[in-house]
Design a protein around this ligand. Structure first.
Ligand SMILES: Nc1ncnc2c1ncn2[C@@H]1O[C@H](COP(=O)(O)OP(=O)(O)OP(=O)(O)O)[C@@H](O)[C@H]1O
Ligand SMILES: [Mg+2]
Length: 260
């Protein structure tokens, strides 16, 4: 399997806070990776560095063999790395269809990603139709984005990120704010859409049932470090992960540091 993303020795501090400490991660193409960790563990910081929103203090990020560490977010997007945010970034007064159309327009306007990512030359309206269909949003096409339930807003936000046909999709808490019984429906829809597009996905998630079900690999963050990396069964059984991420009371071998 080919490595599509290679983060090497990333470090990032904000004053006294270490948000990333010696992060080494090589991600295989077409894999689904979950990022877990308590609040402030460094998950969003990692996504921000990969997408160019934050520059690491040291270290490098290689995408598809190319060093992207110094690139701006829009240039990274153009190369094929897209993201959604912890809070959906939508045009609330516009309809779902209009939001997607704007997304397509922005991409077409840059003269980049959409075509560069290998999309066939389809009209903006056709791309919108495909996304509405793929994410099951056809029935809310003419509804105002600001008035939709959170789960639908999350789906739209992810559909917006997929408009450019990225190679890598980074999702920051796709199920946050979504009710427990809606989470699986949402993730089923996202994963089905993702499978059709053959995109590598990294997503942040606090619900361990979700990460266990939908990922092939989990990275567990704690105080800016990756404390466990591997298949879900292995990572979720790790004593440090159970103590610092899941918040279980696990007798510590050496001292008993609390989790955040
Ligand atoms: N732009 C910033 N300026 C200052 N400190 C920051 C900045 N971004 C992140 N931090 C700090 O870095 C640490 C890691 O934050 P990060 O947002 O990566 O955590 P997280 O794992 O995404 O947490 P959460 O689950 O709450 O979203 C935190 O202590 C946070 O306060
Ligand atoms: Mg975060």
């Amino acid at each position: 399997m080919a490595t599509i993303l290679d983060a090497k020795g990333l470090n990032k501090s904000f004053g006294a806070v270490t948000a990333a400490k010696d992060i080494h991660v090589a991600v295989e193409a077409d894999s689904i990776v979950g990022l877990i960790g308590s609040n402030g563990a460094g998950k969003t910081t990692f996504i921000n560095m990969v997408t160019g929103y934050l520059k690491p203090d040291t270290g490098s990020i290689v995408f598809n063999g190319r060093d992207i560490t110094a690139l701006r977010p829009r240039n990274i997007t153009r190369l094929g790395i897209c993201r959604s945010f912890q809070i959906p970034q939508l045009f609330n007064s516009m309809t779902v269809g209009e939001n997607l159309l704007v997304g397509v327009g922005i991409v077409a306007g840059t003269g980049g990603g959409w075509a560069a990512a290998g999309a066939t030359a389809s009209s903006p309206a056709a791309v919108v139709d495909t996304m509405l269909d793929r994410f099951g949003l056809g029935h809310v096409r003419d509804r105002q984005a600001g008035l939709l339930p959170e789960g639908t807003r999350k789906l739209l936000d992810i559909a917006m990120a997929m408009v450019v046909q990225p190679r890598i999709l980074l999702l920051d808490e796709p199920t946050s704010g979504v009710s427990a019984d809606e989470k699986f429906t949402l993730m089923d829809m996202v994963m089905a859409a993702v499978r059709e597009s053959r995109v590598t996905v990294l997503f942040v998630e606090h619900d361990m049932e979700i990460v266990e079900r939908y990922t092939q690999r989990i990275l567990a963050f704690y105080e800016g470090r990756i404390i466990a990396d591997g298949v879900p069964s292995h990572v979720l059984a790790d004593p440090e992960v159970r103590r610092y991420v899941i918040g279980e009371h696990v007798p510590a071998a050496e001292g008993t540091a609390g989790h955040a």
